[in-house]
Ligand binder design. Structure first.
Ligand SMILES: [Zn+2]
Length: 316
């Protein structure tokens, strides 16, 4: 009897240790079963800025030939950005693919459109298939996703399991190394590697407009620094680099709605918010900030953001 109890105790301990170590993956795999959610809100949202298209997308003119294209009814409330030059346009994030965004893009520009995603999660890459000129950040991890001329994100890179979405496969027309510029004609954007949320996350800098398009590195509401591949040390290093190199009056245009002090509109933040995040990450690392929840742990950051992390040992 004592031996059986010992085996059971060892087995329980092993499950706890493995579960804690693989928490980002376990959490993602079980999420669809324990966190049920409506994918599309049945009601039409009341936008604070811009207008609705097809009762699904929101289009907001940010000035300087730049548009925010939102999915305010989609439960993740994603925002993509269309940046238009004289010769070509760049769509940063392809939207979630819950509805086809390509007719909306065609209604805004007749120029050739290049699509680049901020990262490979399903809610940013899911709408890629209608587009034929895709640019990808050039990193060893993204190059490793090529097979027979097609790019397919890995299971956890895409993380479509959350909504039972199949991974897309598509051709890459341009590889853009971090630091490379994209000339749209009359305006030049710079590709930045901004790991933290995922290892291959990218941001786009528009120096003339003093805009940084950040993807999911930072946005109002709750930052996901606990999903597979997320890294607190990468978050911190990226924050340090951006704080050292971006002008203090840069506006951050982010990929998930909404600000606490605004209604439904393209979600923006300031460099001050990035500073607040970085300061708080240092305090989190020092273990001096109280958190709520078990997994993820949620820490307050400022009036716009909270930070959700894993356990310290699997979220280095
Ligand atoms: Zn996202």
């Amino acid at each position: 009897m004592a031996r059986v109890l010992t085996y059971i105790a060892i087995a329980v301990l092993a499950v706890i240790v493995l579960g804690a170590d693989y928490a980002p993956y376990v959490n993602l795999e079980v999420a669809p079963y324990i966190r049920r959610h409506t994918i599309i809100d049945p009601t039409t949202p009341k936008l604070d800025k811009g207008h609705m298209v097809d009762d699904y997308f929101s289009v907001e003119d940010l000035g300087q030939n730049t548009f925010a294209i939102g999915e305010p009814r989609y439960y993740q409330q994603n925002y993509a950005y269309l940046i238009i030059g004289e010769k070509r346009a760049l769509l940063f994030d392809s939207s979630s693919g819950t509805r086809d965004v390509s007719p909306v893009i065609k209604s805004l520009t007749s120029l050739p459109v290049t699509v680049m995603v901020s990262h490979l999660h399903f809610d940013h890459l899911g709408g890629i298939i209608p587009f034929h000129h895709v640019a990808m950040i050039d990193l060893p991890q993204t190059r490793a996703d090529m097979k027979d001329g097609l790019f397919t994100p890995k299971r956890y890179e895409y993380s479509g399991i959350a909504d039972k979405r199949a991974r897309p496969s598509f051709a890459i027309a341009e590889w853009l190394a971090p630091g490379r510029t994209i000339d749209l004609g009359g305006r030049v954007l710079t590709v930045l590697s901004t790991p933290g949320h995922t290892p291959t996350s990218a941001s786009l800098y528009d120096p003339a407009a003093k805009r940084l398009f950040t993807g999911d590195y930072i946005y109002p509401t709750t930052l996901y620094a606990f999903s597979p591949g997320a890294s607190m040390s990468a978050y911190h290093e990226t924050a340090q680099r951006l704080l050292a190199t971006m002008p203090a009056d840069t506006i951050l245009w982010t990929a998930h709605c909404c600000r606490k002090d605004g209604g439904i509109l393209a979600p923006w933040l300031r460099m001050k918010d990035l500073r607040d995040l970085d300061d708080q990450m240092l305090r989190v690392k020092a273990g001096v900030v109280p958190y709520t929840g078990f997994y993820p742990r949620v820490y307050p950051v400022n009036d716009q953001m909270t930070l959700a992390t894993g356990f310290p040992w699997n979220n280095p």
